[in-house]
Design a protein around this ligand. Structure first.
Ligand SMILES: [Mn+2]
Length: 388
């Protein structure tokens, strides 16, 4: 993707300009980012998803049994018939994993790394519906899909910002409005992390939130050290074969800290381990139970492809790749695999293509390593045969 082509999605600026001036920095309102956008799913279908066991959903009712009542899905079929006329919101997480037409929307965001994308959350609100003024710790693009929503933005927040007393929702106690817009279908608002925002439905209103993910420093440290620890033996320990006599046996001296810093630095600077952990971590599926592979012999696999079968990415799978020296490293749904550098173009194809078939795979099917890789990805569940 050429980063210097002006994009309608970004209001006529280029991806390079957007990243330089707005990304993680300041909000951007884009009128008709996706002109005449029509939601591929309607309110009833969204409510239908919220009945499903494997789908994460929430209802926020402003004047429910208590103020800002939160109910968690999956919901019973009659859950929606008893709602008030106004001032409630249904939120459904990761709709892209269940509705392929919603996943296609993510193609517009290919100027950002795919592993930074979390999910497409869709909310439907009755008139006046809102989840209250709040902030998120991640970037979000809010695409208006149906009806109108009034968006107000406020101050930059952090974990010290005062919140209302609420067991489940993080609603800001103070909101300092700095701008306000009404978004219509196709309009989109980009918000950087921690910017307060407050969206109120003007009528029956559907909004798509393309959310991004960035691990916290605490997550990086916890998970990376857990990962490293699996490869360390019990005999790798603090050592002080260079110790000097101590003047006070109760004092921890600087040389002990230096030895600890050395031990930490040795492991923390292992780039190969860091990359392996990071790729696995960032491709962990949101719903691992939806990435179930199938038993498959390589011969049957090749025959199927040659008979015209089409391989598609499991919408719940996440894929990424990287390079280490002359090798390439594939990350697929939380697992990693070193592969010979000659497979680089195949990895790119596997990560980017909507569909793989004998035509676009071409010579890769004649390559033993290539065949093996494709077959393994089907067995692992990241790829699967499309239904006929
Ligand atoms: Mn938000």
């Amino acid at each position: 993707m050429n980063p210097d082509i002006p994009l309608q999605l970004l209001g006529g600026i280029t991806a390079r300009e957007f990243l330089r001036d707005y990304w993680q920095k300041k909000p951007l309102l884009i009128r008709q980012a996706i002109p005449d956008f029509e939601s591929p799913i309607d309110a009833d279908e969204l409510a239908g998803l919220a009945l499903e066991e494997e789908v994460e959903s929430r209802l926020v009712i402003e004047h429910g049994e208590r103020p800002w009542e939160l109910r968690r899905g999956p919901f019973a079929e009659d859950a929606f018939s008893t709602l008030p006329e106004r001032e409630w919101t249904l939120l459904v997480q990761a709709v892209d994993q269940f509705v392929p037409e919603v996943a296609e929307l993510l193609e517009h965001f290919r100027f950002l790394p795919s592993w930074r994308i979390d999910d497409v959350m869709i909310s439907f609100a009755a008139p006046g519906g809102s989840v209250g003024p709040h902030f998120d710790n991640y970037d979000v693009f809010l695409l208006q899909a149906q009806g109108k929503r009034n968006w107000k933005i406020g101050q930059m927040c952090n974990s010290e910002s005062p919140l209302l007393q609420h067991a489940d929702l993080r609603i800001l106690a103070e909101f300092e409005e700095s701008a306000e817009w009404v978004l219509e279908p196709g309009d989109m608002l980009y918000l950087p992390p921690r910017l307060a925002h407050f969206g109120i439905a003007e009528d029956d209103c559907m909004t798509y939130s393309v959310g991004f993910r960035a691990p916290s420093a605490a997550e990086v440290l916890t998970h990376f050290t857990d990962f490293l620890s699996q490869y360390l033996t019990d005999e790798e320990r603090y050592t002080d074969a260079d110790a000097q006599p101590v003047s006070d046996p109760h004092q921890i001296q600087g040389d002990a800290l230096d030895r600890l810093k050395g031990l930490l630095a040795e492991h923390m600077s292992d780039e190969r381990m860091l990359l392996t952990w990071f790729g696995q971590f960032m491709t962990e599926p949101r719903y691992p139970e939806l990435v179930a592979g199938e038993e498959l012999g390589e011969e049957d696999f090749i025959n199927s492809l040659q008979d015209g079968a089409i391989l598609v990415r499991n919408p719940s799978a996440r894929l990424a790749w990287s390079e280490v020296d002359d090798d390439v490293l594939l990350f697929a749904s939380g697992q990693s695999r070193y592969l010979p550098g000659k497979l680089r173009e195949l990895l790119k194809l596997v990560c980017s293509a909507d569909a793989l078939h004998s035509e676009n795979l071409g010579e890769w099917l004649a390559d033993e390593d290539g065949r093996d890789l494709l077959c393994e990805l089907v067995k692992q569940g990241s790829l699967g045969f499309a239904d006929e």
